[in-house]
Each structure stands twice: as C-alpha cells, then as structure tokens.
Write a protein that binds this ligand. Sequence first.
Ligand code: PGA
Length: 246
Amino acid sequence: MKKDNIIIANWKTLVPTVAAAKKLLTAYSKLPSRARSRIVICPPFPLLPMVVAAKLRTGSQTVSGAPSGSTTGRVSAELLASLKVKYAIVGHSEERANGTTSKMVQEQILQALEWGITPIVCVGEKNRSGSNPFAELEEMVMQTFSGLNKSHVENCILAYEPLWAIGAGATRPATSHEAQEAILFCKKLLVMKLLPGKNVTIRSVYGGSVDESNAAEFLQTHDIDGLLVGRASTNPAQFAQLVSLL
Ligand code: PGA
C-alpha cells in the first residue's frame, strides 16, 4: 500500500451518545499504533474534546464560514483550533442538502485555513449519466474553488463523494475506476482551468459505501490518497479490518 494513505472516519450522528462514543474509542485504542497515526476521526462537535483526549487526529463535520462573533449556533474555526481540532469536513452532501452552497463552502475553507485547520472538501454528483456526466461535478468544483490560490488548494483534501454512493440510501459504492476517473477530472479542472500554470497538486480521497470488502481496491488506486468512511467507521470490527490495510 502507498505509505501516505489516510482514512477519515465520519461519525455523522451514527454514534448517538457519550457512552457509545467511549465504547468506540476504547475499540479504536486497540488499533495498531501505525493505523492510529494515520486516521482522522470526525465526531459531532460535543465529542471533539473526547477524541482529542484519546490522542487521535481530530476533525469536525463542518465549521462556520464566519469569524468568531455574533453568529448564533455556529462553531468558529478559531474555537475548533483552540480545541486542537486539525481537520474540518466542509461541503458534505448531507450539509449541502440543508442549504450549504458552494460559496458558503469556500468561506468555510478560508476560515479553516486561517486557523491552521485542513479542510476536507466534499464534492460529488447526484447522477452520473447522460452526455455530460461530469457537468454537475464541474460546476461544484468551479464554484467551490474559484478565486482560491495555490497555497489554499494545496492545503485542502479533496473528497470525491458521489451522492448515489453515500450513506443508507446508497445504490452501490463507486468502482475504483469511477472514483479515479472523477478525481482525475477534478484535478484537471484545478490544474488547467482554475490555476493554470501554477503546477498545483491536491490530495484526494474517495468516500461512499467504503467497507473492508472494497477499501483495498481504492487504496491501491493511483490518484486516491485515502478514504472517507461513514458507517463502517462506527463498527469496530469493520473499522479494524479497514485500517489494517494502511
Ligand atoms: P458512508 O458515508 O461510508 O456511510 O457511505 C460516507 C460519507 O458520507 O462521508
């Protein structure tokens, strides 16, 4: 396996209580230290300190696009940074479905970067069919990243998460070929359309119905530097098998 792969665990609200989170972290504590150093755990906000205390790399599931101030209900990047949160998922489709636009995602990216937090920027299409299957993905990538500079982009992780492959309503996971094709498409947009001549590179992960049966295939794929795992990250046995591939 490539030595720089990472696995990002998106707990969503699948770990519903403090007691359940403690139990899951106890299971994670038994993972080999090599695996523990290569995973990023993204729990709901109230559980962040618990994950930091477990000495695991920690990420939030979203972040405010505004600085600390009069923004009721939001959590600022400054506060997250002070909690030692190092990553933030932004633009997850479950957030975009609630009204988060690409413009808002870009504000979140900028806030995160300002406070030294690595944004994990989710993009993905609802459907992949018709004469221009990547039209939706192209619009999302262009709107999310346009105006950002090389350093901004290189400090992000791009997460390709096709909607048809994510969560309980998924039809099926993408194949590693489909994931690679879409990630390459996004990279080309960044390199050729958004930042031409800047020789920009970006780390990329795939997410959507990843489990222990298909993870190896993605991790061996050129252009894929890791995985964003939802449901399987909250099942200790499945997650242990997954991270043993790192
Ligand atoms: P899933 O979720 O692994 O449960 O499909 C992935 C994600 O939504 O990040």
